[in-house]
Design a protein around this ligand. Structure first.
Ligand code: WQD
Length: 337
């Protein structure tokens, strides 16, 4: 049985990917420092798949801990690397925290992979690397724009660090550029667990519908879009998780066409904030209390993916639509205390 290390495997996307890995028969070991996740997720994963993943509570900023990990876990066949800080606003206030936690850790991991001859690596990247792309839908050949935040910059730098490393080691890597991950597992055992006031749209929507938040602020009603609100590509987190399995299989089976490949992982469909609100009201039966306010600093107008490369090369495509994802997010929210 092939053994896969998932860093950040107790997080939102990480936990959903662990479930899909186990469903596909992989053995999973998780590294997580629990800085933005809960140890309870381990049992939740097990309640879905019937298998308890191995777990190591390691902070990847501790290089000696990574060295000890590889001494203990000799036969790692691949690594899916989610562990990183991901709050755009926080990254503006604490840039060094982000460069340390997102870049130093990546460098330590790549160094130990090379020493321990682990070559298959999937990197959690983001459509944020494109900034406001000039053309929709966005293809992988769209250029990087100057990053809008240190968070976005760590994704650009991360890809470049990996690319340069593949040229001089046996590293084979795929960067998956996520659009907007939303939703939850159909069991409602795992989902998004924002700490404090949600920065992202969907948890704020579901918390407003629950009465936890008074009113949703819609950031900007004067964008050059059909209804004036910003457009994003919202992808169900289970579809996103399955894209990681497809990418990992491509590397393990040596079907990669170069040692550094990138794929846009989205639905290929753009939805405005008002589209999301309308779809949520339909699937939940709730009337959402919202108000259109000023734009949020740093937000782009629109982003949605051209997914043809992932469709053809990874033989992957989305199975869920926006309403499926919103219904799953709403079901998940109702299980939270
Ligand atoms: C989506 C839309 C907001 C909250 C960021 C990162 C990306 C990824 C996902 C980490 C925007 C609007 C939001 C609210 C609103 N990061 N909005 N009211 O900014 O597209 O992407 O998060 O995984 O890399 O860049 O996602 O969910 O914050 O916003 O109107 O209370 O919803 O303006 O148009 P975003 P988001």
């Amino acid at each position: 049985m092939q053994k896969i290390l998932v860093t950040g495997g107790l997080g939102f996307i990480g936990s959903h990917t662990v479930v899909e890995l186990q469903n596909e028969g992989y053995e999973v070991v998780i590294i997580d420092d629990l800085s933005n996740s809960s140890i309870d997720v381990l049992d939740k994963i097990t309640s879905i798949t019937g298998r308890l993943p191995e777990f190591e509570n390691i902070d990847l900023k501790d290089q000696s801990a990574i060295q000890s990990f590889f001494k203990k876990h000799k036969n790692i066949d691949g690594i899916i690397h989610f562990a990183a800080s991901k709050a755009v606003g926080e990254s503006v206030e604490e840039p060094l925290k982000y460069y340390h936690n997102n870049i130093s850790t990546l460098i330590y991991l790549l160094e130990e992979m090379s020493i321990n001859n682990v070559s298959n690596f999937i990197f959690s990247s983001s459509c944020t690397v494109y900034g406001q792309a000039d053309k929709m839908p966005i293809t992988e050949s769209a250029p990087f724009k100057p990053a809008e935040s240190p968070y976005g910059n760590t994704k650009q730098i991360g890809e470049e660090v990996i690319y340069d490393t593949t040229k001089v080691t046996n590293l084979k890597a795929i960067a998956l550029r996520y659009f907007n991950p939303i939703g939850a597992h159909k069991s409602a055992n795992i989902g998004e667990l924002p700490i404090g006031i949600p920065q992202n749209l969907i948890p704020y929507v579901t918390q407003t519908a629950m009465g936890i938040r008074e009113q949703l602020s819609v950031f900007g009603g004067d964008y050059p879009t059909p209804d004036g609100t910003a457009v994003r590509d919202y992808i169900h987190v289970v579809d996103l998780a399955k894209a990681h399995i497809a990418a990992l299989r491509r590397l393990i089976e040596n079907n990669n066409k170069s040692n550094f490949e990138v794929f846009n992982i989205g639905t290929g469909k753009g939805s405005s904030v008002l589209n999301v609100i309308k779809a949520f009201e339909k699937v939940s039966g709730k009337q959402l209390n919202y108000k259109i306010v000023d734009r949020r600093e740093g937000d782009i107008i629109e982003a949605y993916a051209d997914t043809s490369l992932a469709n053809t090369e990874l033989k992957w495509k989305t199975e869920y639509n926006l309403e499926d994802a919103l219904a799953a997010a709403w079901k998940w929210q109702q299980t939270l205390k």
